[in-house]
Write a protein that binds this ligand. Structure first.
Ligand code: FBP
Length: 306
């Protein structure tokens, strides 16, 4: 496989990584309909942990079957499929080599009252299952944020030694953040930057709103304004926070919404220089044909064709 100049350029930004990790990043970037472009659409299915099975799969019962989810990611021409241990194990032999996988190695659940996650997978599991990367969530702002960061430091170091890539879900939440704060522009940028500082190869955050939340940051945003009414400008601000674009950043899809709003979000991500989307519920909660059409339309946007 010949790497495109764009993918070669992206790999050059990861100056400390060994050939194994670079090869795994290349596998993700060179798979699917967006291969070679530096853009990505990834299917994450950890919502069974996060929200429970019925809330996740009842609206499209076919998605209770892990093989359905692998097929959806492959047939849609996505770059990668991310899921916790059991879900990847359930399709590991059937789909070995069919699509890069990201093993989500920590998980939360809706029965917990704390903003924390348990470590539910290991680097050894990721290697055994042929995954390209581990995925790890941090909750900047939570009472447990420092323990989570320390867990990430250990797992990321181990993953990098083993030649895997590291994908970090950076979701601000905790006592000082209300719902507005969790997706505010300054807080999203802060969360994305911390993931970059932790050594993430791919950073995942929610798309930011136009709010500026942190009192300490308000003066800076007033003196150096970001055009907050423009979705692409807000995304460009997050890209800057990811080492001025030297780290890949993708944005999550959120609860199932109308196709139009998801496509508008993809246009903003594309326009602002983001690297793509990681879209779960909006994909697997729709009937298969509808999901394939929506994912195809998103991919067309990232290919600059829509
Ligand atoms: P969605 O596209 O379904 O939002 O998935 C992205 C994701 O990060 C999942 O990996 C995770 O389970 C979920 O969002 C968490 O969503 P929320 O914070 O809204 O509970």
């Amino acid at each position: 496989m010949k790497l495109t100049p764009q993918v070669k350029k992206i790999l050059s930004w990861y100056e400390s990584d060994n050939p194994g990790t670079k090869a795994n990043l290349a596998r993700i970037l060179m798979t699917g309909r967006l291969r070679g472009t530096g853009r990505m659409v990834i299917l994450p299915v950890d919502q069974g942990f996060e929200h429970g099975p019925a809330r996740s799969f009842a609206s499209n019962a076919a998605a209770y079957d892990p093989h359905y989810l692998f097929d959806l990611a492959i047939d849609a021409g996505l770059n990668a499929y991310a899921a916790p241990l059991g879900m990847i194990e359930a399709g590991a032999a059937t789909y070995a080599g069919c699509i890069p996988t990201i093993l989500k190695v920590n998980s939360s659940n809706s029965l917990s009252t704390t903003k924390d996650q348990a470590v539910t997978g290991t680097v050894a599991d990721a290697l055994r299952l042929g995954c390209s990367a581990i995925g790890f969530t941090i909750y900047p702002g939570s009472e447990y944020q420092f323990e989570m960061m320390e867990e990430l430091r250990e797992l990321a170091a181990e993953a990098k030694d083993a030649g895997l890539a590291v994908v970090v879900w950076s979701y601000p939440r905790g006592p000082m953040l209300d719902k507005v704060g969790e997706t505010a522009l300054d807080i999203c940028a802060y969360a994305a930057h911390m993931a970059a500082l932790m050594g993430a190869h791919i950073i995942k955050v929610k798309p930011p709103t136009d709010a500026v939340f942190l009192d300490a940051a308000k003066k800076t945003y007033k003196d150096f304004p970001v055009e907050v009414s423009d979705g692409a400008a807000r995304i460009a601000h997050i890209v800057k926070a990811c080492f001025n674009g030297r780290r890949l950043v993708v944005f999550s899809g959120g609860e199932t919404a109308g196709a139009d709003s998801l496509l508008a979000s993809a246009r903003a991500i594309h326009g602002g220089g983001g690297n793509g989307s990681i879209v779960g519920r909006n994909a697997f909660q729709r009937p298969r044909e509808e999901a394939l059409k929506l994912l195809s339309d998103m991919i067309d946007i990232y290919r600059g064709k829509a």
